[in-house]
Design a protein around this ligand. Structure first.
Ligand code: UDP
Ligand code: MG
Length: 303
């Protein structure tokens, strides 16, 4: 009973916090007949008590099963990529279609509990993006994927100059207007979420993380091991695009340091070697490239 009273108090507080806001919930779905209906019902159960305008947009990504049919039965807005084009492509289609000021994205596989949507929306009033952080719930990430995940997060946090707890969480709420300028940069496949995280982080947007529980997925994950390499390349590319010196300065420094060590050795041997000169020259060339990249980035991306 006490719990229920507490729940009611929290709900009342949330209702007043989200007053005047409105939300489009975009759900990409590829072969998710086992979970799509429940996902939609859970979203409705979470959103209805708020009494604010909202819409649910399911984007079918060319499913071969009955995902599309089930989504249609539920009466939500349904769009389709017709053929399987990818997670990012499905999200882009949904985002373009969204009518409301705020957008939430969520998987159709039952992993991200929709009950977080109201509080995340409330938090987004003072933010450009609120991201569900699965950090503490890493237990559901297969063991084999964990080291790769850790490495990527550490690397991306260094390049973005801020701690990025969860790079590619699929549960987030953001302001549509803040995302739209980045749409041309966003990929068709899985790296969509990583890319938005990096775009927001590298451009000084207001982004916060909030801890969420992450469930076991219904059906099979569509992510493959080669995606790790693609993620690495993506992080590098986005950093070079927005903040190139963050990549080029450390690279040049590493070469300078090697050259420096070799130089001391050369003096000791009383013989200045080609490798030393080569290391110093390479560092200078890399730094010059970095300056040019920085100039291009400023000219094109920072009006
Ligand atoms: N998805 C999609 N097109 C695809 C692959 C996946 O629309 O080509 C959807 C999928 O149905 C799910 C979401 O995108 O709702 C995320 O995919 P998945 O859950 O397989 O990725 P994971 O969460 O395992 O990283
Ligand atoms: Mg998923």
């Amino acid at each position: 009973m006490e719990d229920r009273l507490a729940d009611k108090a929290t709900m009342d507080a949330l209702v007043s916090e989200v007053e005047g806001m409105s939300l489009s919930i975009v759900i990409p779905a590829y072969n998710e007949e086992g979970a799509v209906r429940e996902t939609i019902e859970d979203v409705r159960a979470a959103m209805d008590p708020l009494g604010i305008p909202y819409e649910i947009i399911v984007v079918d990504d060319g499913s071969e099963d009955d995902t599309l049919g089930i989504a249609r039965q539920t009466g939500v807005i349904v769009d389709s990529n017709q053929v399987n084009t990818g997670y990012g492509a499905a999200l882009k289609r949904g985002v373009k279609r969204a009518q409301h000021e705020y957008i939430a994205i969520l998987d159709a596989d039952g992993t991200y509990p929709p009950r977080y949507l109201p509080s995340m929306l409330a938090m987004c009033r003072e933010q450009d993006m609120v991201v569900g952080d699965r950090g503490a719930a890493m237990k559901n990430v297969p063991l084999i994927r964990r080291p790769a995940k850790w490495f990527l997060n550490t690397f991306a946090s260094f390049l973005a100059e801020r701690k990025l707890n969860d790079l590619n969480s699929g549960l987030r709420v953001f302001r549509k207007a803040e995302l739209v300028p980045f749409i041309p940069l966003l990929p068709q496949k899985f790296s969509f979420t990583t890319t938005i995280t990096l775009c927001m982080a590298a451009n000084g947007k207001r982004m916060i993380y909030t801890p969420i529980e992450y469930g076991k997925r219904v059906g099979k994950s569509k992510i493959r091991p080669v995606d790790f390499i693609n993620f690495l390349i993506l992080v590098l590319r986005m950093t070079v695009l927005f903040n190139p010196l963050r990549v080029f300065i450390p690279m040049g420094l590493a070469l300078m340091a090697l050259g420096g060590i070799k130089f001391v050795y050369d003096i000791w041997m009383d013989n200045l070697s080609e490798t030393t000169i080569f290391a110093f020259l390479s560092a200078l060339i890399i730094w010059s490239l970095g300056l040019i990249a920085d100039m291009i980035s400023r000219l094109h991306l920072r009006p």
